[in-house]
Design a protein. Sequence first.
Length: 416
Amino acid sequence: FMAGAPSQLELFDHKPKLKEIEGKPIPPSVIKGQRYAFIQPDAAVLGPRFPFSRHGQSGAELSNQLPHLSKIADDLTFIKSMHTEHFNHAPAQLFMSTGSGIPGRASMGSWLSYGLGSENENMPSYVVMISRGRGQLQALYDRLWGSGFLPSKHQGVKLRSSGEPVLYLNNPPGIDREMRRGMLDGLQKLNSKTHQKFNDPETQTRISQYEMAFRMQAEVPELMDISNEPKHVKDLYGPNVEKPGSFARNCLLARRMAEKGVRFLQLFHRGWDQHGSLPSKIRQQCEDIDQPCAGLIKDLKERGMFDDTLVVCGGEFGRTIYSQGKLTKDNHGRDHHGRCFTTWMAGAGIKRGYDYGQTDDYSYNIIKDPVHIRDLIATILDRMGIDHEKLTFRYQGLDQRLTGVEEARVVKEIIA
């Protein structure tokens, strides 16, 4: 998840016509009657800041800032017609994570934990890792990986980038594993009595989470230690893989955890909110994520994991075609734009080397095959073997769904 909204115009959705009208207002016929986040569209049009070229047998057009992804373009599907009603970060990020822009709903990883369970009893079924980019940072809230109305054992477990991966996971000085086991046995007896008295399901959740933490003490340190990874594998992810907390390190850790049966992994990379200094910040962000993303795909393929691992990459919305800031300076940027943006997917039966959806010559409106956030969620669930209309949880008198009560469809056209 590229938090802050990457610009499709600098990365995936090439619009050379914008160069012809750069510095001029966008035609009024394109924008009539639409809402905006911060600035008005009478600002000057800003053409793409980087050249694009075609790659692979599919002829996918990618920015020259993505040289490593360009080499595996034939493994990816690009959905260029994503759209959302939300154009501010907090609700848009929440919408992408939970299917709703209103707090209180369960996140996608929590739903998958609830629906599918875990393949590794020593690890959570849902793990979150966050890396800090070099751009303008937006806050990330725990509700993005929260369990909402689902039992709290399904919430995402956030691993820290330095020190203990999980706070208080290690035993304090003077407490060995045998002593910890005895303490937990005693605590379980007390909690069991409480459950018998009040029958609160959250008491059972607490018991299970204490047990999970005990098992994680043995599993997590080994998973987080990449010293035994061969050099040729580390080289796939780039030099930053040796830096704890980097996006590259998190991609490698994600592969290791997927290999160990962790069901859902969510990597947040912050810094994509380029209202200013867009050219320089995009370069830096691409340096951070390009090789690790490509390396992850290559690593999954080499290990025979690509066909049953779904990789999804995108942000909460796109960026506008008009400039925020004067064109005469290099500190210009782009505003928020929810009407169209790009997400790419790979693996798990997704078509390879495929473009889906199309925007107009301005990358402002969708002209072919729109894909809503709920459609994307329905498609992700489908690839995990789940009918989004049948995965429900009764709460406040309603059979709640990740895709809500609104219409959503599986985008079957991108499935091989």
